[in-house]
Design a protein around this ligand. Structure first.
Ligand code: FAD
Length: 143
């Protein structure tokens, strides 16, 4: 199995209905393909973590890269994986614009670090352990 973490920017602010459409299709496909993970949305930007069988994850990565709903996709972390982190989530989701103060300072900082790479266009500043801890903390806030 492999995992992959990328960030991207929506071509326009997504409405709730658009996010629901995206999520429903993603969850159906991901159950079919054995992919699990989490999708976060904040201020017009996406952070997505995918994990699963290598061919399925790479094929999905290609499909997502060609999706006209977003641009500027940057893969920040990838590698092999022995066990899933999001085993029960065909695609956990959180709209961070709606969380209002539910994030710890540590998580706010980790999220900034990840999203800042969109403006600086370099991923050297992303600390893998910090990014993972931030993602895993979301398990309790996901829907
Ligand atoms: P088709 O439905 O045949 O899509 C054909 C084309 O239309 C593709 O280019 C597709 O990207 C585009 N498209 C589809 N629906 C819309 C729409 N409502 N508005 C505009 N364009 C559209 N898919 C998953 O299966 N799993 C995921 O985890 C996942 N995560 C995603 C995360 C983000 C941030 C984005 C933007 C997309 C994500 N997708 C995900 C959707 C993915 O890009 C494909 O649309 C989807 O997998 C279906 O691909 P397809 O070629 O089989 O579908």
């Amino acid at each position: 199995m492999i995992y992959l973490l990328y960030i991207s920017s929506a071509v326009h602010e997504m409405t709730d209905a658009e996010l629901v459409t995206l999520l429903q299709a993603s969850r159906e496909n991901n159950v079919r393909d054995g992919i699990t993970g989490v999708l976060l949305y904040k201020g017009g930007n996406f952070i997505q973590y995918l994990e699963g069988p290598e061919p399925a994850v790479l094929s999905l990565h290609q499909r997502i890269a060609h999706d006209p709903r977003h641009k500027g996709m940057m893969t920040l972390l990838s590698g092999s994986l022995a066990e899933r982190h999001f085993g029960t989530w065909s695609m956990g989701f959180s709209n961070l614009d709606r969380l209002n103060g539910q994030l710890s300072t540590e998580d706010e900082l980790a999220m900034r670090e990840v999203l800042d790479t969109l403006s600086t266009a370099q991923n050297a500043s992303v600390t893998p352990n910090r990014a993972f801890r931030f993602l895993l903390n979301f398990k309790e806030l996901l829907r």
